[in-house]
Design a protein around this ligand. Structure first.
Ligand SMILES: [Zn+2]
Length: 191
């Protein structure tokens, strides 16, 4: 009986720990769960015929950090490669899962589009591309981005509905021929 009385508090403490861990786990997704989300979304995107991925930088460079390279790296469960020229810092970054899921939503809504940059290329210093939360698009539904393109405003509006907090397009400096959409930086995961 005495031994039993000793064990009871131990069991109670263990049960309490177990409850705490399981409840914490359910309220805040773990890094592993977020990475799985990212990988699954990237796999879906890689196989989606509505989205094409520029296989080189807009500048013409082939450096293993194109939009095509980045989506394949993310689909394989790896961090995405950044470029190493201009202001680009080099190295690798985990792509943001909300951004990838937003791309999936846009494709499911019927948009076809070409992604020209994710983590690669040289952008303004401190660009959101370098932390894996931004993507650029130069074509929607077969039409290149310009002020007169009938799709870009609604496309960016949908990005904002899906959580993008930084959107640029025709009318914004440096964005007359491409769109830029970025998500909050607290979601980025550095390798
Ligand atoms: Zn951009």
């Amino acid at each position: 009986m005495k031994r039993c009385a000793l064990f009871l508090p131990v069991i109670a403490v263990l049960a309490c720990f177990g409850f705490c861990f399981s409840s914490c786990g359910s309220s805040t997704p773990s890094d592993a769960a977020i990475r799985k989300n990212t990988t699954n979304a990237a796999r879906w995107l890689k196989g989606c015929s509505r989205i094409s991925w520029l296989p080189r930088q807009v500048s013409g460079r082939y450096d293993g950090a194109s939009a095509f390279d980045n989506i394949h790296q993310a689909a394989a469960g790896y961090a995405a490669k950044r470029s190493s020229y201009g202001t680009a810092p080099g190295g690798y970054v985990r792509l943001n899962s909300r951004m990838l899921r937003a791309m999936r939503d846009l494709a499911k809504r019927g948009y076809s589009f070409r992604v020209t940059s994710i983590a690669g290329a040289s952008h303004s210093s401190d660009s959101s591309h370098y932390v894996g939360v931004a993507f650029d698009v130069d074509t929607i539904n077969g039409q290149r981005i310009s002020y007169g393109n009938p799709h870009w405003r609604r496309f960016l509006e949908r990005c904002r509905e899906l959580g993008a907090t930084e959107t640029k397009g025709p009318g914004d400096r440096g964005h007359s021929t491409h769109l830029h959409a970025a998500w909050p930086r607290q979601y980025y995961y550095q390798k």
